[in-house]
Design a protein around this ligand. Structure first.
Ligand SMILES: Nc1ncnc2c1ncn2[C@@H]1O[C@H](COP(=O)(O)OP(=O)(O)OP(=O)(O)O)[C@@H](O)[C@H]1O
Ligand SMILES: O=C(O)[C@H](O)[C@@H](O)[C@H](O)[C@H](O)CO
Length: 156
């Protein structure tokens, strides 16, 4: 929805995992940093290529840690992060009710253990996943528009 509204392309970072990562998760084992670095590099390269082609991209990506997002920022310094925040119980209920190609709900707790919220030095916003998708998209669109204006020129 967001990509459509912004007229950007959409990519799910899951499509950039190497097969061995997919197999690992499907077998019920969480990824560690070692498995994630090559994947994050592929995500970063994809974003940098989009930027070179002058194409905006919405990337759905579980860039759980600050260091992972730093890796992405090395490829696209002006990346804007949207932190989809909410209680594990809500996410658990939702992913229990969906079909995913490889991600078992049993891995959710490990994801929350690794999760680091956006820090002050990271460009982006936190949104509440208990809001409706329409509202979330609206909030993100406004934040992206505001972020494109240099702070010194805002509210004039
Ligand atoms: N704001 C929302 N309100 C209600 N349901 C939602 C909302 N956002 C997502 N969902 C539902 O929650 C489920 C999980 O969403 P989705 O598969 O898009 O998550 P994801 O971030 O791609 O997860 P993963 O990182 O595991 O790929 C889906 O059934 C989706 O329809
Ligand atoms: O870094 C990771 O552990 C992975 O990217 C996972 O987060 C899954 O791929 C995702 O949750 C399913 O979409």
């Amino acid at each position: 929805m967001l990509a459509r509204e912004l007229d950007f392309t959409f990519c799910d970072a899951d499509s950039l995992h190497p097969p061995e990562n997919v197999e690992r998760m499907a077998a019920g084992y969480p990824l560690g940093d070692v498995e994630r670095w090559p994947w994050l590099e592929a995500v970063g390269r994809y974003l940098a290529d989009s930027r070179t082609a002058n194409r905006g991209t919405v990337m759905a990506c579980s860039a759980l840690k600050h260091s992972y997002r730093d890796a992405l920022r090395r490829h696209v310094p002006d990346a804007f992060f949207v932190f989809l925040d909410g209680p594990m119980s809500v996410v658990h209920q939702r992913i229990d009710g969906r079909n995913h190609e490889f991600m078992p709900p049993t891995l959710l707790a490990s994801q929350y253990l690794s999760l680091e919220p956006l820090a002050e030095d990271e460009r982006g916003i936190r949104v509440d996943i208990e809001e409706s998708p329409v509202r979330i998209v609206d909030t993100v669109r406004s934040a992206v528009a505001a972020a494109a204006i240099p702070p010194a020129l805002r509210d004039r």
